[in-house]
Design a protein around this ligand. Structure first.
Ligand code: ADE
Length: 255
């Protein structure tokens, strides 16, 4: 996959592309990226990229001409082109998966009050928001989108890691995890996890997922693909009543 990001602040993004898993994927040749400074496509001596909004209103808009030239230069018409904006469709895992199948993804980062609508009409396939809040920087939103997408490209991270996490699998939040030491200060790892009893561990994890989902995202339970065992565990949770720490208790004690 090739990722192209059009921005007025390429330096905000560069560190991400040059670090960690992304850097490895690039070195392996699985991913290719280009960071394009929209200002390089301005033609006046001040490299102006914004102007006032026709009809009045606060703030400035990104000018269509520099952005249009940048989009033409990167081949946006042949690519899947996404504009990150708080007024777009909400990003979710299914949409990230869909984008991960593209051969060329072009992201446009907005600044100021956004971009001239004619650019959206002419080049943009999707307008995407990363959540119901407003950031000052489209670059941060673009990084969230890039991160959600590139890790789903085959070969970037192991299929096993992907299968186990929240939002893949049955649609529940992930269970809590622990590593060494088994006792940290006064806090012990739930005994079941060090028991080596795989069925008990699996049941504990599923129950912990259900509790966490009930506590933080109860609406997900309506659409989650729950195994039969989960229905039984939900009843068990209901009879146990609420807990202040819904997902960190040691159910070994309850068994
Ligand atoms: N730019 C500013 N806020 C944003 C958001 N929530 N999603 C996408 N782009 C943005």
């Amino acid at each position: 996959m090739k990722l192209t990001v059009l921005t007025l602040f390429p330096e905000i993004l560069r560190g991400f592309f040059e670090s960690s898993i992304m850097a490895k994927a690039v070195a392996k040749g699985i991913l290719e990226y280009e960071l394009v400074d929209i200002r390089d496509y301005a033609t006046d001596k001040h490299r102006k990229c914004d102007d006032e909004v026709f009809g009045g209103g606060a703030g400035m808009l990104m000018l269509p001409a520099p952005l249009g030239r940048a989009l033409e230069a990167v081949g946006a018409r042949e690519a899947r082109t996404v504009f990150v904006t708080p007024s777009g469709r909400l990003l979710n895992q299914a949409y990230a998966k869909d984008l991960s199948k593209e051969t060329h993804l072009v992201l446009v980062c907005g600044r100021y009050e956004g971009v001239d609508q004619r650019i959206i009409d002419e080049y943009v396939d999707d307008e995407v928001s990363i959540g119901d809040y407003v950031l000052s920087s489209g670059e941060v939103a673009a990084l969230v989108l890039v991160d959600a997408v590139y890790r789903l490209v085959p070969g970037v991270i192991s299929g096993e890691s992907l299968e186990e996490e929240s939002f893949s699998g049955p649609g529940l939040l992930e269970y809590p995890q622990y590593t060494r030491p088994a006792i940290y200060g006064t806090m012990k790892v739930p005994e079941v996890l060090t028991s080596g009893h795989h069925a008990n561990i699996a049941r504990w994890r599923l129950k912990a997922q259900l509790k966490k989902t009930l506590a933080y995202r109860p609406e997900l339970l309506a659409t989650a693909e729950l195994p039969e065992e989960a229905r039984r565990l939900l009843k068990e949770i209901a009879t146990e009543g609420g807990s202040d720490e819904p997902y960190t208790e040691d159910p070994g004690a309850a068994d």
